[in-house]
Design a protein around this ligand. Sequence first.
Ligand code: HEC
Length: 103
Amino acid sequence: MNKILTLFFLISLCSYLLANDINDVYKRCVACHGVKGEIAALGRSIKISQLSKEEFIKSLKEYKNSNKNISGLGGIMQAQVYNLNEKDFENLAQMFKLLNKKE
Ligand code: HEC
C-alpha cells in the first residue's frame, strides 16, 4: 500500500513539475513573441500567430536540429529550444492557440 502511495506521489510530483516547467518556458517565449505570438520578436521574427500548428512545430524542430537562422538571430531561438522535446512543442502550440489549419 505504501509503495503504491509513494508511486502515486512521485507521479503527481513529476506532472506538477513538468506542468510548471512548460508554463515557465511559455513565459519566456511570451517575453519576445507576445501572449498570442502577435509581436515580431526583437523586430526580426515573423509574428508566430501567423503560423499553423504544423509550421510552428516544424520550425522549432529545425531550430533544435540544425543551424536554422532566418534573420541573423537564429542562435537565440536555438538556445530557447535545445532542451525541449516534441511534446513541449505541441503544448506550446496549444498555449499560443495555434490552429491546425491544414487539417
Ligand atoms: C530573446 C527573444 C526570444 C525568445 C525568448 C524566443 N524567441 Fe522565438 N524568435 C526570436 C527571434 C529573434 C526569431 C527569429 C530568428 C531567426 O532569425 O531565425 C524567432 C523565431 C521564432 C520562430 C520562427 C518563425 C519562423 O519564421 O519560422 C518561432 C516558431 C519561435 N521563434 C517560437 C518561439 C518559442 C516557442 C519560444 C519559447 C520557447 C521562443 N520563440 C522564444 C526571439 C525569441
